[in-house]
Design a protein around this ligand. Sequence first.
Ligand code: URA
Length: 441
Amino acid sequence: MRMYDIILKKRNGGTLTKEEIDYMIQNYTNEVIPDYQMSAFLMSVYFKGMNEEETLYLTKAMAESGEMLDLSAIEGKKADKHSTGGVGDKTSLVLGPMVAALGVPVAKMSGRGLGHTGGTIDKLESFPGFSTNLTPEQFIANVNTIKIAIIGQTANLAPADKKLYALRDVTATVDHISLIASSIMSKKLAAGSDAIVLDVKTGSGAFMKKEADAVALAREMVQIGTNAGRETIAIISDMNQPLGYAVGNVLEVKEAIATLKGEGPADLLELCLILGSYMMVGAGYAKSAEEARKCLHQTIIDGQALKKLEEFVTAQGGDARAIEDPSLFPKASIVMEILAEEDGFVEKIETDEIGMVSLILGGGRETKESQIDLSVGVVLHKKIGDAVKKGESIATMYGNDLKKMEEAKTRFLSAYTFSKTPAAKGAFIKWIITKTGTAKY
Ligand code: URA
């Protein structure tokens, strides 16, 4: 077999076999096939596409290019959730304890953030002492005893995807639905859960800005997951404004705790109830999403989910006293109100820009090596449709560097557009995509 022939076949619109795809991925991972040939292949896929089988073979080959997590030592079916990323998305911190409180094993691998705000791992490290470096034995033991453990992504998880993603980034081949779907799903398949719930975001703060693209991506990911034998479902949720009000690591952890206490924002709770319901149905712990939703809501009402967070943080070496005593979290030295410059209603928020505010303050990584400041960020007071009076605070910003805060403030104000009449709010949960089809939520 020769890489030249594989490139030629795809360039001419042919369909690749499993053997050809396996050969290509194995030899690319082992550095036998050079980047220049793989670049030509990626560009051929960009223009000629891949069919359902080819996409599945590519995903599996990438998943199997490194360690496939074996979760069989964990009792019961395992459920995982993946978000395509957004601003203020602290869902895992709320959802994990809720689902685990009902006895559903959550064995999760999460990433650190790049750009915007931190990832789940960064947020969890807001708890002093919290460690995501568990040995595989500790990881499995924690899930068996308290039903939840979250660790960082191991270096050997889908290494072919890591190499390919870096190459796509510099060859203008990132934005292709089948390549994105196979990249995300290769990591999910390697991470070992039986049921996968995907939260695909759309809007100004999402990777997929257009709703039609988000639906297309979700469909392909559900198809891959289903064809690979995992119960997979996707929802499309709105990211035209941040999720909840808090953006920035410690601030988001505090909002997650408030949500577990029943005092959090409605959109965040709603998203957790929906994603959690499908995790439970997918892994076979509930007969219907309605039944699961009631049970999940009850974990907030009776405090079981909050207790689970405490157990989880303690089990991974974190100081869970911070749940009741927020002064134990890293604290910003400067607090600044951002005041509205006109009367009106919030019409639009450039959500990516709110993420940039957090980045400028030091809450996100500009490069993989950047150190992040967990204490900084912004808490919105006004979201789309809300009335605003000139001089009223629309957000509170937390930082440690006045110069950066002045820059962030200008950026924040230019992200907001006001109108004279209240703007209509679009649906928050837009679509649900299962193996049998796509339906309006
Ligand atoms: N995230 C991924 O993991 N892969 C992509 O291709 C795009 C976003």
